[in-house]
Design a protein around this ligand. Structure first.
Ligand code: TMP
Length: 208
């Protein structure tokens, strides 16, 4: 069996978590071994970098370098080995988040991010997710959801205008690679979003 790599994206408050857990169960029901992971994070080193990125003030380049450093460790230690074992890797955020948050939100150089992406995901083969599910939600709706949520981290505390730029960043990544992406309207009931998520995975031939 060959490995399957799925990433999940969207602005803060888009509601990815329930559906990631649901898909893990669906793949396990097919007899697949599932590695559930997240970015930034997924290894002890990358989790330490996550704490810094989510809590400390830093310029956009530092932020981009730290998330790519975390990603490199995660790829080497966890993602590539799991895929080589034929497992299903479900990753809560991946490189599209860097383009959306550091590129779109923070206005960091898009081309430089592309160079870092090539370095970090390169090697014998360039690795991208087989499928990226983008939970697309209007930033104003996400803001209303976040207002009633837990204590915000550095990104969650950003104003609406920041998330509008992040959403535009996701839109730009989507437009550049529509075959990898499934865009799901996240402004629906959880049940309807779940149906759309399952259809996206089936359409890719990843689940029966
Ligand atoms: P999470 O809370 O959904 O796990 O995401 C962590 C936060 O980090 C979220 O606000 C998005 C942000 N982030 C970046 O800014 N750049 C990245 O490359 C990644 C993966 C996440």
């Amino acid at each position: 069996m060959s490995g399957i790599f799925v990433s999940f994206e969207g602005i803060d408050g888009a509601g990815k978590s329930t559906h990631i857990a649901g898909l893990a169960t669906a793949f396990q029901a097919q007899g697949r071994v599932v590695t559930l992971t997240r970015e930034p994070g997924g290894t002890p080193l990358a989790e330490q970098l996550r704490t810094l990125v989510l809590n400390d003030a830093m310029d956009a380049m530092t932020e981009a370098l730290l998330v790519f450093a975390a990603r490199r460790d995660h790829l080497v230690q966890v993602i590539r080995p799991a895929l080589q074992r034929g497992e299903v890797v479900l990753c809560d955020r991946f490189t599209d988040a860097t383009f959306a948050y550091q590129g779109g939100g923070r206005g960091f150089d898009w081309n430089l991010l592309s160079t870092l992406e090539q370095w970090v995901q390169g090697g014998e083969t360039f690795l991208q997710p087989d499928l990226t599910i983008w939970f697309d939600l209007p930033p104003s709706v996400a803001a209303a959801r976040l207002a009633s949520a837990r204590v915000p981290d550095k990104f969650e505390a950003q104003p609406l205008a920041f998330f509008e730029k992040v959403a535009a960043g996701y839109g730009r990544r989507f437009a550049a690679d529509t075959s990898r992406f499934a865009r799901v309207n996240a402004d629906q009931t959880t049940g309807q979003v779940w149906l759309d998520v399952q259809s996206a995975v089936r359409l890719k031939g990843l689940l029966p």
